[in-house]
Ligand binder design. Structure first.
Ligand code: ITT
Length: 201
């Protein structure tokens, strides 16, 4: 039997990745548009966990289906871990993802420390009587320039995965979905669903 879940996000890149990772496990992922919902999430300045809970709770006003919300961000060590929980807002302030990445590259000019990590916290809601949280991370570096800017989404074109020698935007979707912060958080979600008998694969 299929397990159905609502993904509390307006980000089409996230929807595609979450669907691709969960589909082989018999999980049907609905986006907000499938429910005819248009929600502008008001995130706080706190943690990924707090923001993921805000999104899940907002969507729970409209459905009793299981909900999965993703809050994620890029932390750059030499920039005091900015943009972090403000990653999405920073992009909007800059005007586009390309402009935000150009600004980051200029802020990092001359910096030897290019260390960065992507973090993703998923909040699973309407499954138990409390929200459940699952976090995944991937460490990498900020590339010297924008690579393959038309591929991937968000900050993918500057996030270099050292062991692959490529940015997220240069990896195939399958490769990114094996190692990304989101895939790592989703692996934990899948384990939870499996050990609780909610999915079989
Ligand atoms: P929702 O709140 O509707 O889910 P959002 O894009 O605003 O959409 P977040 O608040 O979680 O999502 O912000 C995360 C930011 O980090 C956003 O700008 C993304 O583009 C970026 N980001 C997250 N995961 C990423 C990934 O895998 N690759 C590139 N950028 C990513």
């Amino acid at each position: 039997m299929n397990y159905e879940i609502i993904l509390a996000t307006n980000n089409k890149g996230k929807v595609k990745e979450v669907r691709d990772v969960l589909a082989p496990h018999g999980i049907i992922v609905y986006g907000l548009s499938d429910l005819n919902l248009d929600i502008d999430f008001i995130e706080g300045d706190g943690s990924y966990l707090e923001n993921a809970a805000i999104k899940a709770k907002e969507v729970s006003k409209y459905t009793s289906y299981p909900i999965l919300a993703d809050d994620s961000g890029l932390e750059i060590e030499a920039l005091d871990n900015r943009p972090g929980v403000h990653s999405s807002r920073y992009m909007k302030e800059c005007g586009s993802n390309i402009k935000a990445m150009e600004q980051i590259l200029s802020d990092l000019e001359g910096s030897k420390n290019r260390k960065a990590k992507f973090i993703c916290t998923m909040c699973l809601y309407n499954v138990e009587d409390k929200p459940l949280y699952f976090t995944g991370e991937i460490e990498g570096e900020i590339a010297g320039e924008i690579h393959n800017g038309e591929n991937g989404f968000g900050y993918d074109p500057i996030f270099l995965v050292k062991e692959k020698g490529m940015t997220f935007s240069e990896l195939s979707e399958e490769e990114k979905n094996k190692i990304s912060h989101r895939a790592r958080a989703l692996t934990k979600v899948l384990t939870y669903l499996r050990i609780n008998g909610l999915i079989s694969k």
